[in-house]
Write a protein that binds this ligand. Sequence first.
Ligand code: 0O3
Ligand code: SF4
Length: 325
Amino acid sequence: MTAASSKRVLLAKPRGYCAGVDRAVEAVEQALEQHGPPVYVRKQIVHNVHVVETLTERGAVFVDDADEVPEGALVVFSAHGVSPTVRDQAKQRELRTIDATCPLVTKVHHEAKRFAREDYDILLVGHHGHEEVEGTAGEAPEHIQLVETAADVAAVEVRDPEKVVWLSQTTLSVDETMETVRALRERFPSLQNPPSDDICYATQNRQVAVKAMAGHCDLVLVVGSKNSSNSVRLVEVALSAGAGAAHLIDYARDIDESWLDGVETIGLTSGASVPEVLVRGVLEFLSERGWADVEEVTTAEETLTFSLPRELRPARNRQESRAGS
Ligand code: 0O3
Ligand code: SF4
């Protein structure tokens, strides 16, 4: 008689694609279908190696800068958004553009523009060099300063401490951001909050889900790429919520077999830019090694979807959306 196996997988839900990523990936697919290759994409459409490779095979050409796109060609702006300078650059080169910026990133751009118009000092919590932060800060560079962590707060200088607001990147750790905001508020008691949460629903939901299971897990595997802010945050959240260990992997093949030594419960989740097929690959890998018992841990149901960028909708729908706006 063999002892019952105590090996199990807890599978976080929600995980994987958010509404903004789904729309952005679909935008490139539709652009390829409607216009044929090559379709240029400024930066990675989303921060996922597999998505970028797959779209490249289908005729997308990823470039770092709009300068690299031949005049008159078609270019898609990534889900992370672009600054007005990039838009102007594209216009000057007479590029045809499709804007796949997530509407929830665009919302933060609108907030930045509004507070800049009202002459606030805007403290943007986010990661230096991240494309989303470059795009948002580019909306009002003279009003915005970047604050990465609570440690940066002492060095922040504002013109009028009564007229300060904080905004943020959409994909940060909620807990870490709140710590930074607490430190900011200690220095600037009149600090205003964003009109609504800038850290988006998908980022928050994935962190809540991983927190719910981390304490029961000897190991948490997060499927996601290294430059994916929200995926990297899930590893950190898992560790701080009590996971024995946590690792970020692009593919099942990245799993180091030694991570599995002495492990019973494995938590599995994926970042907002990660296709489900990669999670399936990890489940297969684990099943072949005795972790066939999979239990989904659900902390929220997501139903939000966004319609495709205007430039890709049929002409009739475009008119309706103009009339309704
Ligand atoms: O912003 P992040 O590095 O997490 O980007 P990903 O991995 O592409 O995920 C989608 C998030 C996004 C497009 C901006 O919020
Ligand atoms: Fe939009 Fe949030 Fe997804 Fe970013 S993570 S693309 S803000 S829904």
